[in-house]
Design a protein around this ligand. Sequence first.
Ligand code: FAD
Length: 277
Amino acid sequence: MTVDTLPPRMRIVRHPLKYRLLEVRKVDRITPSTVRVTFGGEELEGFCEQAPTDHVKLCFAEDGAELPVEPVVVNDTWMDAPVEPITRDYTVRHYRRDTRELDVDMVLHGRGVASSWAERAEPGMRLGVLGPRGSEVLPMVHDWYLLAAEETALPALARWLEKLPAGVRVIAFAEVAGPEDEQEFRTATDLTMTWLHRGSAPAGTTDLLERAIRAAELPADGLGFAWVAGEATSLKPVRRYLRRELGLAKEQVDVDGYWKRGVENHDHHEDEEHEHA
Ligand SMILES: Cc1cc2nc3c(=O)[nH]c(=O)nc-3n(C[C@H](O)[C@H](O)[C@H](O)COP(=O)(O)OP(=O)(O)OC[C@H]3O[C@@H](n4cnc5c(N)ncnc54)[C@H](O)[C@@H]3O)c2cc1C
């Protein structure tokens, strides 16, 4: 590969890091397994979002406390402190600047501080929101895109589909429990979308995404980019396949473990192979 043909790199654009205490305005069960929580308030003034995978840290109160511990932020850096908030990562599904409203789609998986909070979320409740700290910006100049996700990464998949250029070829796979968990996405791309149903198998235990990606008919020519996100352990073979067997360069692949079976608050930056984190 010559310097001229090197695929474009993802670039991190930093944003001023701000903590906001926001009020829930609206709660919608968009599918049986997912709740859309709309936060609002003047506090959202200056909120930045730019790239498909932009995410915030939701900050939850300790048991028995009404409000979360406020994170200590100095010069756009989240500092270590004797008491830290309980945080989880969530994608910015929509931000409406005119009405200062932020939508976050939260999967109800039955355990965990975030999922349990989402189960009982109702207008008037308050939650801390830190970030986004930055955006992973990819020049969208590729000839084709492979996108794949399970429920937790559907908000980011939807954002990819909304932001990719009109007419560009996209092959996308989404794993959900069943047809009732499928969602409709807006896109101007030339999209082939395939939904995969895992039925009664627990989330994160199947190889449906891997098998679909291996069997996908990807364009033989042109520059491609692959983004895949979901349960960390199940995605390891996907990353290996894309890099080693398909031979995509590291700049052409972003595979991100959004959660890990058996691990509370999995840190996606921990995964050394997430090359764009
Ligand atoms: C960049 C990024 C963006 C993300 N965006 C979203 C988003 O928009 N919407 C969303 O719902 N999630 C999203 N996630 C995933 C979310 O942060 C994790 O699922 C998180 O673990 C949920 O916290 P919890 O408190 O509910 O569970 P935790 O306390 O973290 O975990 C408790 C137990 O539940 C398991 N668990 C965690 N998540 C799931 C799951 N989805 N299904 C089954 N078991 C699970 C864990 O393995 C653990 O055993 C994102 C993650 C990252 C890194």
